[in-house]
Design a protein around this ligand. Sequence first.
Ligand code: NAI
Length: 326
Amino acid sequence: MKTPVHIAVTGAAGQISYSLLFRLAAGALLGYDQPIVLHLLEITPGMSALQGVVMELKDCAFPLLHRIEVTDDPKVAFKNVDYAFLVGARPRGPGMERKDLLEVNAEIFAVQGKALNDVASRKVKVLVTGNPANTNALIALSNAPDLKPENFSAMTRLDHNRALSQLAEKCGVLPVDVKNMTVWGNHSTTQYPDIHHAKVKGQDALSLVDNDWYVNEFIPVVQQRGAEIIKARGQSSAASAANAAIGQMKTWALGTEPGDWVSMAVLSDGHYGIESGLVYSFPVTVVDGEVNVVRGLEINDFSRQRMRITEAELKEERDAVKHLLR
Ligand code: NAI
């Protein structure tokens, strides 16, 4: 039998985790022959709810789930972990400004970055889902000087999946028939879902849909999807977010399909003229666990303008938490 891999999940008593943990325990990340140990982190007031989740996990009698560790201490949670899903974050409370939200979350991710730095496996893959995800990932990686920036990414897979699904529906095909979709920038309403390079059953996507639909329907629908779900469900997307987290981590571990790419927010080193030092979503391929930004895509003026808008928002976010960046 394979040696168990160690997977940390923060915010383990929250909504997303309620979907994520059961799929991880069932083997959805690395296959149905890979045993796992779950390391679950919550804040102290969440520990009682987390005990309930642990009882349910045990009651599933998952064959692959070898052990569950539960803690409110990041240094215990991240000890020797191979994969870390940073899901837990403070939601926006009444009267809280965006800046306050950024700041309180930045502090959480500074602490978690330091803990990962001190105790996680040197090969750990850290996926930040908790919002503001891109900037939280930036804080975490900058507080983990002994790990590489390549150990960190922020989640834009949900946006990517939403874009695949919208375009597939419009063209009357399955999402799997759509390739080379790109979401640029921030996981926020400024993100830029770009179909200029996308292919639908091998044909250029833009030759199959009219530009008005692309600009005035597709882009805003993908950008605003999160808010629409809250309006309809009364709660933010959880199962689709968990699915995206598994999808992004799985691609990171096992690689992209030949000829295709995915969107992933990683530290920019100036790709496509995007300022270095921002965690920005790019089209990437993954081979042997190594993430490479797809090079050389042609960017027209329309795209360039959209990419700049979301870059500007990320610069503002970074500036608001500068004091926590090393
Ligand atoms: P939730 O509020 O149901 O759960 C969050 C959990 O995190 C709570 O149980 C809370 O106690 C815990 N938590 C808070 N601070 C913590 C800390 N310092 N350490 C450990 N745990 C902590 O929220 P939900 O719905 O599970 O969403 C989690 C995050 O994911 C939110 O920030 C949400 O905005 C974000 N999100 C991101 C998406 C993306 O595409 N990047 C998509 C959907 C949600």
